[in-house]
Write a protein that binds this ligand. Structure first.
Ligand code: Q46
Ligand code: ZN
Ligand code: ZN
Length: 299
């Protein structure tokens, strides 16, 4: 197996690009894929203040490294979710990564600052853990981006994440979610920062390979609350299809972005009010996060 570029020994095969790469040319390939995505979707430029959601996993740390190497100044924000050793280890890995490279990492601690953990919120609200977790992450990341005047919130969702979410939204024909499944969500007047996903051209196994080849120490254990997560099941199904037909996953996602999403116009969002308790934008009197917090603290 030889590298497509230099004909030296290849270390990875990327079937959907009909290509094998050596270490250096694979890294170059990944940087190019991300640079192309930023450019094509006009995600941000050097003047924007960027804040990256960091989990300590391969995707967010790989993306931080890539953006750094592409010359962007990016700060990180880690959200401690109170999921036992998993959260403490992920925080350590994120802190070590940032310190070794002289990068700035903000840390927000859900139990310490808001009085509850994701497992407690899931139990008290009878939500699936990932639903309580997702709601908390969106809320806190938006709040931090707003308070610290960042222009752009950068997220580490990869090709597999986006294809599986699209699959889930299509199975339900969830028009509202399909309308919002875009690589860039513009900032809103009410205080939501622009949100972008520069990793959507890079598959999960490629971010893992990138992280290993770059010597990035990341959290390899899966979150203990992930059991039963339907998105993970859809990822497995899509991987089986991908094995038979390399490129089908990217075709599904990018076909939708090129020809499908326009049929789901980003309908005018309902006029947003301010939450009675926290002041963040919401469609009702009290925002979903404050309701989750109230239910959990009462339990
Ligand atoms: S951290 Fe949170 Fe994930 Fe754990 S509870 Fe689910 S969403 S699986 S990315
Ligand atoms: Zn090469
Ligand atoms: Zn609120």
């Amino acid at each position: 197996m030889k590298c497509r570029v230099c004909r030296q020994r290849a270390v990875i095969q990327v079937k959907r690009h009909h290509a094998n790469f050596c270490k250096d040319h694979f890294i170059e390939h990944i940087h190019r894929q991300v640079a192309k995505t930023i450019d094509e979707y006009k995600m941000f430029d050097a003047a924007d203040r960027l804040l990256l959601g960091v989990s300590g996993g391969k995707d967010s740390l790989a993306l931080w490294n890539i953006l750094n190497e592409l010359g962007y100044a990016v700060d990180g924000v880690y959200l401690h979710l109170g999921i036992g050793d998993y959260s403490s280890e992920s925080l350590n890995l994120s802190t070590n990564f940032a310190e070794a490279r002289g990068l700035k990492l903000q840390v927000s601690d859900l139990p310490a600052e808001f009085g509850f953990s994701v497992p407690e919120a899931a139990a008290a609200s009878r939500r699936a853990p990932c639903s309580a977790c997702g709601l908390s992450k969106r809320y806190i990341l938006n709040q931090i981006a707003d308070e610290l005047s960042y222009d752009v919130l950068v997220m580490g969702h990869n090709l597999d994440d986006e294809a599986a979410t699209l699959f889930s939204n299509v199975l339900r024909w969830n028009a509202e979610y399909l309308a919002r499944q875009r690589p860039v969500l513009p900032a809103t007047n009410e205080g939501f920062a622009r949100k972008v996903k520069p990793l959507i051209r890079v598959a999960e196994r490629e971010t893992a390979a990138y992280a290993v080849l770059q010597g990035i120490d990341y959290e390899v254990d899966e979150c203990p609350m992930a059991a039963g997560n339907t998105i993970n099941r859809y990822k497995e199904w899509l991987n089986r299809l991908e094995e038979d037909s390399p490129g089908v996953k990217a075709g599904f996602l990018f076909g939708f972005l090129e020809r499908g999403v326009e049929h789901f116009p980003n309908a005018d969002r309902p006029t947003l009010d301010s939450c009675r308790f926290c002041g963040q934008p919401t469609t009702s009197d009290v925002c979903a996060f404050c309701r989750l917090q109230a239910v959990t603290l009462r339990a």
